[in-house]
Design a protein around this ligand. Structure first.
Ligand code: SF4
Length: 385
């Protein structure tokens, strides 16, 4: 079932590890909302099926949107699509934005799931990450969000930071369990190119990220989540039964989605496309259009497109399959061509032999030992084009 993703490309300040697209100047926020509504109009036919299973406000920092701005999006989406009853509508939010008043305002909108960027309950980590919130705000907003009665709630945590001792990581997990949150996403701190963190490590201002620490904390995470009744349905995502994220699950299952806003990706089963990751260029591409009128052709400079070859489809399928609970189904590979099944089985065998993957009937999954190495194992079974 299709979904819509909206990328809100603004943040109060730049987290040191982040390589997502955003601007710390909020000057053009109103123009951006208008341009994104314009893009919704222009690209509404991208999705053939007009019944939406999920809507996701990501970023950037969507909690910087006002209630009025959010409602503008919903009004325009509802004119062009049907939001299915019970559809999951998620908004990513940062703790420093989630005051009691903000949470009350969000409850008045169709948003029914909050994804809160907690990252850690320790000041030392939050300062190292350059987050805009402090540990106290992380706890207070969680208390308010739990009490507000959203249908869904998830938080993000980061492990493997040089500032996160094993004891602090255990404490981060215990605090999380104390809130009885139905869904938790946990990511290893990664050093992306052209980030402040990468610069600090290169210039000796920060210690390098220790892979062994990250692997140890990942092991502790997996065990603790199992003990507390969470299912690891994707490498980084843990949920109580019945609380899998519908939106992310639809990505992993290859469902179509329309991505709006600078840098947003879209997928329709045949191709992937991604919008220009530059606020000024994005605004220019859409602002020249007449207001809310569908032009004869799509604006130039808005996006790039890649048509997926059979090899691309195979690579994407094994990558997501190995990362998820659903695994890689051999019959799906046969549908792509028997050569793909043979290639996969030939290359996955060494990981089965070492206990990092397992085959049950027609399904191959990674074991706990293989999960931390998922990207490397996927790369080993890719078809190189
Ligand atoms: S708030 Fe999120 S998107 Fe913004 S800089 Fe931090 S991690 Fe990146």
């Amino acid at each position: 079932m299709p979904s819509i993703y909206l990328h809100i490309p603004f943040c109060k300040q730049a987290c040191h590890y982040c390589n997502f697209h955003f601007s710390t100047s909020l000057k053009y926020k109103a123009e951006m909302v208008k341009a994104m509504l314009q893009e919704l109009e222009v690209r509404q036919d991208y999705l053939i099926d007009k019944e939406l299973d999920s809507i996701y406000f990501g970023g950037g920092t969507p909690s910087l949107l006002t209630e009025g701005e959010l409602m503008l999006f919903f009004e325009q989406i509802e004119k062009r699509f049907t939001i299915k009853p019970g559809a999951e509508i998620t908004l990513e939010a940062n703790p420093d934005d989630l005051t009691k008043e903000k949470i009350t305002a969000l409850r008045r909108t169709p948003v029914n799931r909050l994804s809160i960027g907690v990252q850690s309950f320790f000041e030392e980590d939050l300062r190292f990450f350059n987050r805009a919130h402090n540990a106290r705000e992380a706890r207070i907003c969680l208390e308010e969000a739990c009490a507000a009665g959203f249908a869904g709630l998830t938080i993000d945590l980061i492990y493997g930071s040089p500032t996160t001792s094993d004891a602090h990581w255990e404490e981060n997990l215990n605090i999380t369990f104390g809130y009885d949150i139905p869904h938790v996403s946990c990511y290893a701190l990664t050093v992306e190119e052209r980030t402040a963190l990468s610069h600090f490590i290169q210039t000796g201002k920060a210690p390098p990220v220790d892979e062994a620490r990250a692997a140890r904390q990942f092991g502790e995470l997996v065990a603790a989540m199992q003990d507390h009744g969470y299912l690891q349905y994707e490498i980084s995502n843990f949920a109580r039964p019945g609380h899998f994220a519908a939106h992310n699950s639809s990505y992993w299952k290859g469902e179509p989605y329309l991505g709006l806003g600078p840098s947003a990706h879209s997928y329709n089963g045949e191709s992937r496309q991604w919008n220009v990751a530059n606020n000024a260029k994005y605004l220019r591409a859409l602002q020249d259009l007449p207001g809310f009128t569908k032009p004869a052709s799509l604006p130039t400079g808005l996006f790039e497109i890649e048509h997926l070859s059979p090899n691309d489809r195979y690579n994407e399928y094994v990558m997501t399959g190995l990362r998820t609970l659903w695994g890689v189904e051999l019959f799906r590979l046969r549908q792509m061509g028997e050569d793909y099944e043979r290639h996969f089985l030939r290359h996955i065998q060494s990981f089965i032999d070492t206990g990092q993957a397992t085959q049950e009937g027609e399904t191959v999954r990674l074991t706990d030992a293989g999960k931390f190495l998922a990207d490397g194992i996927a790369a080993a079974v890719f078809v190189v084009t």
